[in-house]
Design a protein around this ligand. Sequence first.
Ligand code: FES
Ligand SMILES: [Fe+2]
Length: 370
Amino acid sequence: MRSLLSRQHYFSPELFATERERVFKRLWILAAIRPMVARHLDFRTLDIGGVPVIVQNFRGRIRAFANICQHRLSRIHRTEFGNRALVCPYHHWTYNETGALAGMPKNATMFQFDAAQMAQVRLKEFAVETVGGLVFVNLDEKPLPIAAQFDADLLALLASATGHMDDEYIHTRYPARFNWKTGMENIKDPLHVQCLHRDSFPDYFDTGAGLEQIPAVDHAASAWRAVDLKQTSNKWDVPIETPQAHEWYDLVENLDSKAFYRGIHLFPNVNLMVVAGTSFAVQVYNPIGPEETEMHMSVVLTRPLKPFPYKPVVLWEHLKSDMKVLQEDIDCLEALQPNFAAARSEVTHGAYEAGIMDFHAAYLDLMGRA
Ligand code: FES
Ligand SMILES: [Fe+2]
């Protein structure tokens, strides 16, 4: 079956610009995990659809603003993570927790703004929804309800599982040379785990689980089925046959998914893994350009039950083993990216790739079939 997307969807600057407007500036996008903004004034910055965004904790309330000072458009926070008030480093304009301009040095002589002029200046604020330990931001003026993007059962699952996140985490990000959609197609592709990762995925994961129950599809059908946006975010459980016992499993909360490697795909660009009911690995494929993606990976354990002094070592080892597998994906995806632009051949999907086709169908709906 031919892909619903054209090759241009993977390298065209025009379609990339449309995608920013219609997908990333319209949907709820995972902008932080709660441990990143756990304390008063903790912030995280990131780029969503080309817009620099601040996610920040103000006395327990998480807010989101454009990271653009209203004086001469400097970045207010210049690091990805930190803890400081909303003070622009360029000329020290200061904003309060609602984004309103609170003051600046030497106003009486240098700026000469009266109270009415001051009141007109504020940072652009965006809608925020917190689900368990996940902080979503929506850049739209009239955001769709989050329940229109993720179904109620999935939201309840996310809230109950990620609500157990510890407040320590490890995080990395780096650029990769492929379109973000091939990253999401890859995580919706259970077969590649047995092939590409045959030698690196641990033996005790039953990576073939569920593959024999692939529903039949009609390859001759001229149109793919209509897909509700909510159908494109889903859960995939891989049984852990003989769980490797780690001593630290007894030191943290154990979730009811202990016997599984649980992958939760969140449209458009998140892969959340809950491993053995004791840890979370959060992967985000953030588009930077049509052929460039910034990969984000965070690892957090469930909350500790007892003192746990070697937790940083566990986090580091966890991240290292995840990155080893992920590097195989990246090498593969970076090598296939130039073929979208260069090759005349088209992508061909089989029955087991119905999840990828659903992802494409929902994406095309958002794109207005562009
Ligand atoms: S640009 Fe921010 S204070 Fe001048
Ligand atoms: Fe993979």
